[in-house]
Ligand binder design. Structure first.
Ligand code: ADP
Ligand code: ZN
Length: 295
C-alpha cells in the first residue's frame, strides 16, 4: 500500500512516501512560507505518487473535532498566514484521498507507539522540548484529543525558589514551556542551550521543571513509559538528571514495576528522528480504517 505522510512544521514541511510497515521510500523537505506558496509545492510532490491516503502531523492549535465546521483547520496560530487555514480540505480536494490529521507531537507519539519504544503499550506520553514544549498522549490505546487536543507544554509549574526568571510564556509566564523550552533557557542564562553545556546549574534547573511536569503527568495519566524528544534533550546531561528529579519528586508515593527502573521508564525517542513522519503514515492508515467503517 502506498501512503503519503506530511510533517507540517513552523519552519519546514517534510513530505514522505511510505507503506503500512512504516518504511519510507522517498522524502523531501520544503520551507514553510505562506499557504499560497507552500501548499501547491506539497501537492505537486504527492500528486502523481498514487497514494491511497495521506496523514498530516501538524503544528497547532488545530481543530480535531470531526463534528466541527472547522474540522481539519489550523486555528489560532501565531503564524498568521496559516491561521484559520483548512489544511485537510486543501489536500482532500487536490488529491482526492482520505486525509488523517493530528498534532505534530501526537504524530510522534503514534509513530513510537506503532513502530518504536512504546510499541504494545496502551498508555504513554511523548514530550518534545524544543522551541516550544508539546505532549502527545496515548491513553487506553488511543491518541487523546478531548475537547481540542492536549496543550501539554502549558501545564503550570511551581517555580524553583532560586530561579529569578519570570518565565517566557505570554499567557502563563511560568508554565513548562515558559520555564523550560529552548527560548526560556536562552532568556534566563543569556546564551543558547548548546553554549551552556558545561553549566551544571542550567541543566539541574531544567531537569527540576521537566521532572515536576512529568510527575504531574504520571499522577494524572499513569503512563507506562515516557519519551522525551526535542532539541533540548540533545544535552547529554539531561536524561539522568530528569530521571533523578522524577524519582525524588515522586518521593516513593507510587510503587510499580515500571517505576523501579527509571532507565527504561523515561527514555529518548527510538526511531532516528523518523517518529513524526512515521506517525503521519500511521495517521494515513488510521484514516483509511475510519473511512471504511464510517456509518
Ligand atoms: P523545534 O522545536 O523548533 O522543532 P528543536 O526541537 O531542535 O526544534 O528545538 C530547538 C530548540 O532547542 C532551540 O531553542 C535550541 O536552542 C534548543 N537546542 C537545540 N539543540 C540543543 C542542544 N544540543 N542543547 C540545548 N538546547 C538545544
Ligand atoms: Zn503557557
Amino acid at each position: 500500500m502506498i501512503l503519503g505522510a506530511l510533517e507540517a512544521g513552523g519552519t519546514k514541511m517534510v513530505c514522505a512516501i511510505g507503506n503500512e510497515q512504516g518504511e519510507i521510500t522517498e522524502r523531501v523537505s520544503i520551507p514553510t512560507e505562506t499557504p499560497d506558496i507552500t501548499v501547491p509545492k506539497l501537492i505537486d510532490f504527492f500528486r502523481d505518487k498514487k497514494i491511497e491516503a495521506l496523514g498530516i502531523g501538524c503544528f497547532g492549535p488545530i481543530d480535531l473535532n470531526r463534528n466541527s465546521e472547522t474540522y481539519g483547520y489550523i486555528t489560532t496560530t501565531p503564524k498568521l498566514a496559516w491561521a484559520n487555514y483548512n489544511i485537510v480540505g486543501a489536500f482532500r480536494q487536490a488529491l482526492n484521498v482520505p486525509v488523517g490529521f493530528d498534532t505534530d507531537v501526537n504524530g510522534s507519539a503514534l509513530g513510537e507507539a506503532t513502530w518504536g519504544i512504546t510499541r504494545g503499550l496502551e498508555n504513554s506520553v511523548y514530550f518534545t522540548i524544543g522551541t516550544g514544549v508539546g505532549a502527545g498522549i496515548i491513553s487506553n490505546g488511543k491518541l487523546l484529543h478531548g475537547m481540542l487536543h492536549p496543550e501539554g507544554g502549558h501545564v503550570l509549574l511551581r517555580k524553583h525558589p532560586s530561579d529569578p526568571y519570570e518565565g517566557k510564556c505570554p499567557y502563563h509566564r511560568t508554565c513548562l514551556e515558559g520555564l523550560a523550552a529552548g527560548p526560556a533557557i536562552e532568556a534566563r542564562w543569556g546564551k543558547k542551550g548548546v553554549e551552556l553545556a558545561d553549566r551544571k546549574e542550567v541543566w539541574e534547573l531544567e531537569a527540576y521543571y521537566i521532572g515536576q511536569a512529568i510527575v504531574d503527568y504520571i499522577m494524572i495519566l499513569s503512563p507506562q513509559r515516557i519519551i522525551l524528544g526535542g532539541g533540548v534533550m540533545h544535552q547529554e546531561h539531561m536524561m539522568p538528571l530528569v530521571r533523578q528529579e522524577v524519582t525524588a519528586q515522586l518521593n516513593g508515593y507510587i510503587k510499580t514495576k515500571e517505576l523501579e527502573d527509571m532507565n527504561t521508564y523515561i527514555v529518548l525517542p527510538s526511531l532516528n528522528d523518523n517518529q513524526g513522519i512515521m506517525g503521519a503514515l500511521k495517521l494515513a492508515m488510521n484514516e483509511l480504517e475510519y473511512e471504511k467503517h464510517r456509518p
